[in-house]
Design a protein around this ligand. Structure first.
Ligand SMILES: [Zn+2]
Length: 220
């Protein structure tokens, strides 16, 4: 099998494992072509309040959920790379000033050793030739332990600016959008410190009714 996966005994097990599909665990790509066939491609979606537009690579469903979970809990370089390609592919032409992300909580970042939204954002930024910039932090106290469930639910502003906001037009990356409340809160924090235009880009989204089909651009 020319160009195929090298099989047989090898001491480079980690290299081979990197090419295994995180969904079906067979060699042949991460994810492999057969698993990719099961994904439902998305594209432009109705944006949450505060965002000019929202784009998603695939539907968040039974087919894609294991991949999204793999990105979240294990550092999956090949899968992150594939997903970043798929995310950039659904964007319209044009470039924002910066790429940023909706950061995970400090506690989760410590627990997992990385922030999957940041990894996706940096991979997307490389593909677009647009600089990545940390513009947001989780709100103060969010990472404290021992908070009650009610208190967590009623916390309404989990993001604050990470410092001086720069860039009029920002691409905001996250792994999954379901209700849109996380992206809405992140966009509000960006808008509050002077970012004029926020476009959302996520790996996966729960399917929503199609919005208007107007073309979108990073600049009005
Ligand atoms: Zn597979």
């Amino acid at each position: 099998m020319p160009g195929g996966i090298v099989t047989g005994h090898s001491h480079h097990g980690s290299v081979l494992l990197a090419d295994r599909c995180p969904l079906c665990h067979r060699p042949g790509g991460a994810p492999c072509a057969e698993c990719r066939e099961l994904f439902s491609p998305l594209g432009r979606l109705p944006p949450p309040p505060g965002l000019a537009a929202l784009f998603a690579a695939v539907a968040y469903d039974d087919a894609s959920r294991p991949l999204v979970t793999a990105l979240k809990y294990r550092r999956q370089r090949a899968a992150t790379s594939w997903m970043a390609d798929a995310m950039v592919a659904v964007l319209p032409p044009g470039r924002p000033d910066l790429v940023t992300w909706a950061p995970t909580s400090a506690a989760r970042r410590r627990e997992r050793g990385f922030d999957q939204a940041e990894l996706l954002a940096r991979a997307v930024s490389r593909r677009m030739g647009v600089p990545p910039r940390r513009l947001l932090r989780r709100g103060r106290g969010e990472s404290q332990t021992g908070r009650g469930a009610h208190e967590r639910r009623t916390q309404i502003t989990p993001f604050r600016p990470a410092g001086r906001c720069v860039g009029a037009s920002v691409l905001l990356v996250d792994d999954v959008v379901t209700t849109g409340s996380t992206l809405e809160a992140a966009a509000a924090a960006l808008g509050g410190c002077g970012v004029a235009r926020v476009v959302g880009l996520v790996a996966a989204a729960t399917p929503a009714p199609r919005g208007s089909a107007q073309p979108v651009a990073f600049r009005p």
